[in-house]
Design a binder for this molecule. Structure first.
Ligand SMILES: [Zn+2]
Length: 442
């Protein structure tokens, strides 16, 4: 064959390919939408990697997402758009194999998009975040007001996972994010009842926020304690019981702690890329030293409050380990805020899974955690707080037993029932077994 005839047959071969039916090589299998207070996240589940481009159009406001070489394998217009800035989702095929998705918007948004590679739970994903402009964001959680120089003690409650990150999944399909949400909400509502305390939730709905962002929310609220709530999972069904972890400076205290720290930290890969926690404009080396110094003090506080929580959890559940464990969780790495991570139980254990999703049991766990936290702060009140002021005319704690009534307790302790209601933030005389009351000393 001459060179020319080779060229000729190659050309024919190419032409033959071009005239074949054109088929896009990747598919969009589903669209998941997660509204959060300051942004809405769209996750396109893909069968393979894609190229994409996102741009905005005005009058009316629209966002265009062009995805190359992709075929639609789902209904985009049936998505639930409640609490999102999207009023409608449309799509059309372009250039035979490309797809154009148009979002009709009810307000201005700042788009941000990125691709995520497959992980244990999901395949390739295209993530498009619609970030609301600052002024339209939901009001920020306020730092506590100082009343007469006395502030409330702020407890940051961090329900693990959320949104596209379900956390661990139990044998009958229970998702960790739902269990920890239930416990965290209960914990917040118990803590809120005490006027000396103020709970702050790091996430306020079923959406994902990065690990560093969770710490940032707590720091912005000037939290006195950071409590991350999770449920454990293991590859075998037998392990059971609650655990409490605080940060380890020299690596994990046991192999299982290390394994767990890895899987909890891995959540950040599911949610995307996060910025790095900074200490403002401090020099990096100096910042490192400061972190080390303040962390040592914080760690001993974390251990103290953590062991109280563990002991209390032992009243309503098995304990997985008798002592507070130490591991390198990212959410615990806050230099100036005592922090702990609670694994409420093993969602991978079928019996424990059943209990963990039960609201009454979630409430029991929350009550024990709240009691431990309150007791710790009653004994160690930070300066300038309502509790440290109350301490000067000191109070003691009393745990409600079966058959107790508020009026009977008041009589027995020789205190005014109105005073008792006030110091405990009670609106009525309803009390629960296990609830902790502060008794003012007369
Ligand atoms: Zn978790």
């Amino acid at each position: 064959m001459t060179l020319n005839s080779i060229r000729h047959s190659l050309l024919l071969l190419v032409l033959a390919f071009l005239t074949l039916e054109v088929q896009a090589s990747s598919r969009i299998n589903s669209l998941r939408i997660w509204p959060a207070p300051d942004h809405t996240r769209l996750v396109f589940d893909l069968s393979g990697p894609v190229e994409h481009r996102v741009f905005s159009l005005e009058n009316p406001n629209r966002l265009v997402i062009d995805i190359s070489d992709v075929r639609l394998n789902t209904q985009l217009d049936s998505s639930d758009l409640t609490n999102t800035p999207i009023s409608r989702v449309r799509s059309a095929v372009r250039n035979k194999t490309d797809l154009r998705v148009v979002l009709d918007l009810s307000q201005d948004v700042q788009p941000r998009s990125f691709l995520l590679r497959p992980n244990e739970q999901y395949g390739h994903r295209l993530v498009v975040d619609l970030v609301l402009p600052e002024k339209q964001k939901a009001p920020k959680q306020q730092a506590p007001k100082t009343i007469k120089q006395q502030r409330q003690i702020v407890i940051a409650i961090d329900p693990g996972h959320g949104g596209e990150d379900p956390g661990a999944i139990g044998p009958s399909g229970t998702r960790e994010k739902h269990v920890v949400w239930g416990i965290s909400k209960e914990l917040a509502s118990i803590i809120e009842k005490d006027p000396a305390f103020k709970p702050v939730m790091t996430r306020t709905g079923d959406y994902y926020i990065g690990l560093r962002k969770r710490v940032e929310v707590a720091r912005n609220a000037r939290a006195d304690l950071f409590v991350s709530v999770h449920a454990d999972a293991y590859r075998l069904p037998q392990p059971q019981g609650s655990s409490v972890y605080v940060l380890s400076q020299r690596g994990a205290s046991s192999e299982s702690a290390r394994w767990l720290a890895d899987s909890e930290n891995r959540a950040d890969l599911i949610g995307g890329v996060e910025g790095v926690l900074t200490l403002g404009d401090k020099d990096e080396t100096l910042a490192g030293v400061l972190v080390d110094l303040s962390m040592t003090a914080t760690l001993s506080e974390s251990l103290k409050v953590g062991s109280r929580v563990l002991k209390n959890l032992g009243r309503v559940n098995h304990l997985h380990k008798r002592d507070v464990e130490q591991a390198g969780f990212l959410v615990l790495k806050s230099p100036d805020m005592p922090s702990m991570l609670i694994e409420a139980g093993f969602i991978s254990n079928p019996q424990e899974e059943k209990r963990l999703k039960d609201l009454a049991y979630q409430r029991k766990l929350a009550q024990q955690i709240a009691n431990a936290i309150k007791d710790y702060f009653i004994e160690n009140p930070p300066p300038n707080t309502t509790l440290s002021a109350n301490r000067s005319h000191s109070s003691t704690a009393y745990t409600i037993r079966r058959g107790d009534t508020l009026s009977e307790i008041a009589r027995r302790k020789g205190v005014d029932i109105g005073e008792l209601r006030k110091i405990n933030g009670l609106n009525n005389d309803v009390i629960r077994v296990g609830q902790r009351l502060r008794i003012p000393s007369t």
